[in-house]
Design a protein around this ligand. Structure first.
Ligand SMILES: CC(C)(COP(=O)(O)OP(=O)(O)OC[C@H]1O[C@@H](n2cnc3c(N)ncnc32)[C@H](O)[C@@H]1OP(=O)(O)O)[C@@H](O)C(=O)NCCC(=O)NCCS
Length: 166
């Protein structure tokens, strides 16, 4: 296992993330969200066009995770205008989980956040996404709030807000 985490800038790198995202989101959210809501969210947040717009207009950065040169996960994040860094996306293919790759991904997020001069990293996670919540707690995140966000199309996201102090 040789893991490499690299910022995705070229359009083909972002297109590979979009393709991977569609697979992972359908697989990991199928027990907690309807297929229609997953399709809606993938299109709105994780399509190639959506990511290009987030990068150009909202200061997002995407990172692809490679195992022996093959894409197996991705990260999306952005600095806020205050002392926080927003970890928006952290996804790994199912067959790559449980091997410590999430730690490497988190460490790279913490390095980016520190380099940007930030003091805290925060994320939102679906309240029923128990595995991810446990992983985040284990890494040192704490639940600080809960939010229900209207994402349009008649859908809401029911999330915890978790924070890690750098
Ligand atoms: C979230 C995700 C990236 C985590 O990756 P992972 O490979 O499953 O995580 P790991 O197995 O490497 O676990 C990371 C740490 O959490 C610990 N952990 C895992 N499950 C745990 C549990 N139930 N209780 C306590 N700790 C746990 C691991 O032991 C490890 O700690 P260590 O490094 O000290 O040994 C991955 O599960 C994923 O992509 N899930 C689907 C997508 C998703 O839901 N993303 C989050 C959206 S907000």
């Amino acid at each position: 296992m040789a893991i490499e985490i690299k910022e995705a800038i070229a359009s083909e790198e972002l297109r590979s993330i979009a393709e991977l995202a569609e697979k992972i989101w359908h697989e990991c959210y199928s027990e907690i969200l309807s297929a229609q809501q997953i399709d809606y969210m993938v299109e709105k947040f994780q399509s190639y066009q959506a990511m290009v717009s987030q990068i150009e207009k909202q200061n997002y950065r995407y990172y692809a995770v490679y195992d022996d040169g093959e894409i197996c996960g991705y990260i999306g994040a952005k600095p806020e205008s205050d002392d926080r860094y927003f970890l928006s996306k952290l996804y790994l293919k199912q067959d790559k989980r449980g091997r410590g790759i999430a730690r490497l991904m988190m460490n790279s997020v913490f390095t980016e956040a520190r380099n940007a001069g930030k003091k805290r990293v925060y994320l939102t996670v679906n309240k029923y996404n128990n595995h991810s919540i446990n992983v985040y707690k284990r890494i040192g995140f704490e639940v600080i709030d809960s939010v229900v966000t209207d994402i349009g199309g008649g859908y809401v996201m029911d999330d915890y807000v978790m924070e890690y102090k750098l």
